[in-house]
Ligand binder design. Structure first.
Ligand SMILES: Cc1cc2nc3c(=O)[nH]c(=O)nc-3n(C[C@H](O)[C@H](O)[C@H](O)COP(=O)(O)O)c2cc1C
Length: 405
C-alpha cells in the first residue's frame, strides 16, 4: 500500500474527535424512517456501514423541525424520538467500537411536498416562489419568511443540535447546500429579499451564519461541526464559484471545524452533485402519484440534465477552497476507486466522504485494506438515489444482481 493510501486508512482527528481512519460516510438520505421513526431499517443500513471499517457514518437529512421535512416520511430531531436515537447510536457503537456517528442537520425551506405540515400553512423560504416539488401534493407555492420565522428557524437549529449531542451523536454536519433551506438564502437566485437577509453576500449569509452560531452555542467548542456547502448552484443567477470562495472564508472565520464542498441543487439540477446516469427514469419506475409521474415524464429530462461522471469531479474547485481556509477539508464527489483516494490524500485533504461507493460496498475500507487491487466498481447508475422514496428506501441494485446469482 502506498503512503497516500496508508494515510487514508490511518487514524486522524476531526477537530478534537479521534477517528480510526479518514474515510467517512457521506449523508445519503436513506428513506428508512417510516412515518419519521428511526427504527430497524435505518439501524441495519448504518450497522453495515460501521461494520465495514468506515470511521464515521452520517445519518442523512436529520431535519431540525417537523416542517423542515421534504416529505412526510422523513425523520426530525424531536424529543419523541429520543429513545430510538439513543438506542440506534449506542447499538452502532457496540457493533463497531471506536466508530463515530454524525448527523446531517437540514431543513427543506421552500422545497417540500410534505402535506402533513404542523406549524406552517405552506413551505417557506427566503422569497415567494413556485414550489415545483409541492405541485403533486397541492402546495404549488412557497411563502417568504418573516423575521419571526427566521428567528424561529435559528432556534430549531439550536434545539436540534442540543438534542443531537444529548442522544450520542459525535459530530454534526450542517447542510448549507443543494438548494435546501439555508442554501436558498445564500443563493441570489432564490433569495430576492431586500431586508438585512438579502442582497449582498454578507446579508445572504446572515441566516446560515446565525444557524452555525446557534449550533456552536448548543454543542460547545469541543464538538465537531462540519458544513456541507455549495461551490456553485450550476444555474444562471445562482451561486457562482467566486462568491463560494467568500462563503467558505466566512464559515472558516466563524469557527466551522471542517468544510465539505459540493455543488448543484435538488431543485434545479441535481445531477451536478451526483454526475452519471440521470435520475428521472428510475424515479418514474417507483413514483405512484399521477401528477408527479406526469411531471417526471415531461419535465424530467429537462430537470435532470446529464452531467457525465468522472472520478473526483469536484477536485479542481475544492482545491481552490482548500487554499483559502484554515479549517479542515473533507473531499466529496466521485472519490470511488483507490487511485482517487490516493489523489485526494496527496492533495492534502483531511478526510474523504463517500456516498455511492459505500452504498455499493459498505465494507469498502476493510476490503481495500486487505486487498491492494480492490475495485469498488460503482457504475453511477444512480438507481440508489431513485429509490429514496421507494418502500424500504435506498439500496444498491447492482448488489441485487449479485445476490440472485
Ligand atoms: C441515495 C443518495 C442520497 C443522498 N442524500 C443526500 C442527503 O441527504 N444530503 C446530502 O447532502 N447529500 C445527499 N446525497 C449526495 C451525497 O452526499 C454526495 O454529495 C454525492 O452522492 C456525491 O458523492 P459520491 O460520488 O461519493 O456518491 C445523496 C446521494 C445519494 C446517492
Amino acid at each position: 500500500m502506498n503512503d497516500d493510501l496508508k494515510r487514508a486508512f490511518s487514524p486522524a482527528k476531526l477537530g478534537k474527535l479521534e477517528l480510526k481512519n479518514r474515510i467517512l460516510k457521506a449523508a445519503t438520505y436513506e428513506g428508512k424512517s417510516p412515518d419519521g421513526v428511526p427504527g430497524e431499517l435505518l439501524l441495519d443500513f448504518h450497522k453495515q456501514i460501521v461494520s465495514g471499517g468506515t470511521a464515521m457514518t452520517t445519518i442523512g437529512y436529520c431535519t431540525t423541525e417537523a416542517d423542515g421535512r421534504i416529505n412526510d416520511q422523513m425523520t426530525w430531531m424531536d424529543e419523541q424520538f429520543r429513545p430510538q436515537y439513543t438506542d440506534l447510536i449506542a447499538e452502532l457503537k457496540r457493533t463497531a467500537p471506536g466508530v463515530a456517528v454524525s448527523g446531517q442537520m437540514a431543513h427543506c425551506g421552500n422545497f417540500s411536498k410534505n402535506s402533513k405540515l404542523q406549524r406552517l400553512k405552506r413551505p417557506m423560504g427566503p422569497s415567494r416562489q413556485l414550489n415545483m416539488l409541492g405541485i403533486s401534493a397541492g402546495m404549488p407555492f412557497a411563502g417568504a419568511m418573516k423575521i419571526a420565522d427566521i428567528d424561529y428557524l435559528v432556534q430549531t437549529y439550536y434545539d436540534a443540535a442540543a438534542f443531537m449531542k444529548s442522544v450520542g451523536f459525535d459530530a454534526i454536519e450542517i447542510h448549507f447546500s443543494h438548494g435546501y433551506g439555508l442554501s436558498q438564502f445564500i443563493s441570489p437566485r432564490t433569495n430576492r429579499r431586500t431586508d438585512e437577509y438579502g442582497g449582498s453576500l454578507e446579508n445572504r449569509m446572515r441566516l446560515p451564519l446565525r444557524a452555525l452560531d446557534a449550533v456552536r452555542r448548543a454543542v460547545g467548542d469541543d464538538f465537531p461541526i462540519l458544513g456541507k456547502m455549495g461551490m456553485t448552484d450550476g444555474v444562471k443567477d445562482g451561486l457562482q464559484f467566486e462568491e463560494a470562495l467568500e462563503v467558505a472564508t466566512m464559515f472558516d472565520k466563524a469557527g466551522i471545524d471542517a468544510l465539505i464542498c459540493s455543488g448543484g441543487t435538488s431543485s434545479f439540477n441535481p445531477m451536478v452533485y451526483f454526475r452519471g446516469a440521470t435520475l428521472d427514469k428510475g424515479m418514474l419506475e417507483v413514483e405512484t402519484n399521477p401528477i408527479a409521474r406526469l411531471g417526471l415524464k415531461y419535465y424530467g429530462p429537462r430537470l435532470f440534465r446529464y452531467y457525465p461522471y468522472e472520478e473526483n469531479f469536484f477536485l479542481d474547485k475544492a482545491k481552490q477552497i482548500r487554499d483559502r481556509v484554515n479549517c479542515q477539508m473533507v473531499y466529496i464527489g466521485g472519490c470511488t476507486e483507490l487511485d482517487s483516494v490516493a489523489t485526494i490524500m496527496r492533495e492534502g485533504f483531511d478526510f474523504i466522504q463517500m456516498g455511492r461507493p459505500l452504498v455499493k460496498d459498505p465494507a469498502y475500507v476493510n476490503n481495500a485494506m486487505s486487498n491492494p487491487n480492490y475495485r469498488n466498481n460503482c457504475s453511477h447508475c444512480n438507481k440508489c438515489a431513485s429509490l429514496i422514496e421507494a418502500p424500504g428506501g435506498i439500496r444498491c441494485v447492482e448488489n441485487d444482481a449479485v445476490q440472485v446469482q
